[in-house]
Design a protein around this ligand. Structure first.
Ligand code: SAM
Length: 345
């Protein structure tokens, strides 16, 4: 399929944007803010400087871009950040986007959060048609949690989880595997998550943005984690890919699902169906590459969506095949300069 051209959807065909490698782009991740109320050690430095608020797309503009993508075949939206639930009035964006769920144009509206604000917003999210949330928790030890997040409070996050489950949201836990930090807690995290009916997905540290320490000191290959787990548990590979980079296994002993996101030990690009919008309207076609398309200028240039639609098509036409993340002592610099909080995790 290499070199195939972009196809524009007709309203009734449900056709999708195709990239040069024939991958249909059906999933948009939107970072609505680069700010966060945590400072996770692998994600940010402690004294981050954030974008001036005037550079951000307004909530109305974010709705307009999302809608333009949905018109071109995107079926799944994930709102992320930074911490999406700290953006002022963010529920109005969920509320306005929910019309696409009601119309059937969108299959899923979902959110990735650190959980700090979930107790406040879980019910409203559910009322907006959100069915699933990803909550990032790397440890259940309150002191370690504070060390990793620098500013986070585990009990507040756990209250948020309770509220989410009470509101009927399906919760998936994301945990970054960190050498010497939570590596011996992975089994207990798994038992806890599965015991509450939640999937657990483990993530390898990715070399995104400058942080205070060295990534090679944090990096724990998930191949090692899996080997260790296999000495004590029976892991059955599952075919389901949920359209994402995670590979899942079913753990016979707990009955739960465990996911592995392994950008370093197993490149997941071949099935990539996604692009990422930053809070300033930059569209990244690949998490691990620097190339981005500016959608803010065409968005602001006219009230009509023609320029925006064309800019989206042009961007998808240059989506790269993939990335090559490497973490070792010879590659001490991040693969890309921006933090995950900017592109959206
Ligand atoms: N604040 C929200 C949260 O905590 O989930 C959403 C944004 S956060 C950037 C999304 C996910 O990316 C979190 O699970 C976080 O742990 C993960 N993350 C951040 N930086 C990372 C990195 N360098 N490598 C791997 N995962 C990272």
């Amino acid at each position: 399929m290499q070199g195939s051209s972009i196809q524009f959807p007709t309203p009734s065909s449900g056709s999708a944007l195709l990239d040069p490698f024939g991958r249909a782009i059906t999933y948009l991740r939107v970072s609505v803010t680069d700010r966060c109320d945590f400072r996770c050690v692998y994600c940010m430095s402690e004294d981050m400087s954030f974008l001036p608020k005037r550079d951000l797309l307004s909530l109305e503009e974010l709705d307009r871009v999302c809608t333009a993508f949905i018109d071109q075949g995107v079926r799944k939206l994930r709102i992320t950040g930074g911490e999406p639930l700290v953006r002022r009035d963010i529920m109005s964006l969920f509320s306005s986007l929910s019309r696409h769920l009601e119309s059937g144009a969108l299959d899923e509206l979902t959110v990735t959060t650190n959980g700090s604000q979930l107790a406040r917003f879980a019910e409203e999210l559910a009322a907006c048609g959100v069915k699933r949330v990803n909550v990032s928790i790397d440890t259940l030890d309150p002191d370690k949690f504070h060390q990793i997040t620098r500013w986070g409070n585990l009990s507040k996050v756990l209250q948020g989880l309770d509220a989410a489950q009470k509101a009927g949201l399906k919760v998936k836990i994301n945990a970054v595997a960190l050498k010497g930090v939570n590596e011996h807690e992975i089994e207990s995290l798994m038992h806890w998550a599965h015991g509450r009916g939640m999937d657990l997905t483990l993530i390898e540290v990715m070399p995104l943005g400058e942080i205070d320490g060295l990534r090679v000191d944090q990096y724990l290959p998930l191949s090692t984690v899996r080997e260790r787990l296999e000495t004590r548990y029976t892991l059955h590979d599952l075919p389901d890919r949920t359209g994402g980079p995670a590979r899942y296994v079913k753990v016979a002993e707990t009955g739960g699902r465990l996911g592995f996101i392994t950008p370093l030990t197993h490149n997941f690009c071949e099935s990539c169906n996604r692009v990422r919008l930053t809070c300033t309207g930059q569209l990244f076609m690949c998490l691990g590459q620097e190339d981005a398309a500016d959608l803010r200028a065409p968005l602001r240039a006219s009230e009509d969506n023609a320029l925006l639609t064309q800019a989206i098509a042009d961007a998808i036409a240059r989506k790269p095949k993939g990335h090559d993340f490497i973490i070792d002592r010879d590659h001490a610099r991040p693969a890309v300069g921006r933090h995950m909080s900017m592109t959206g995790g």
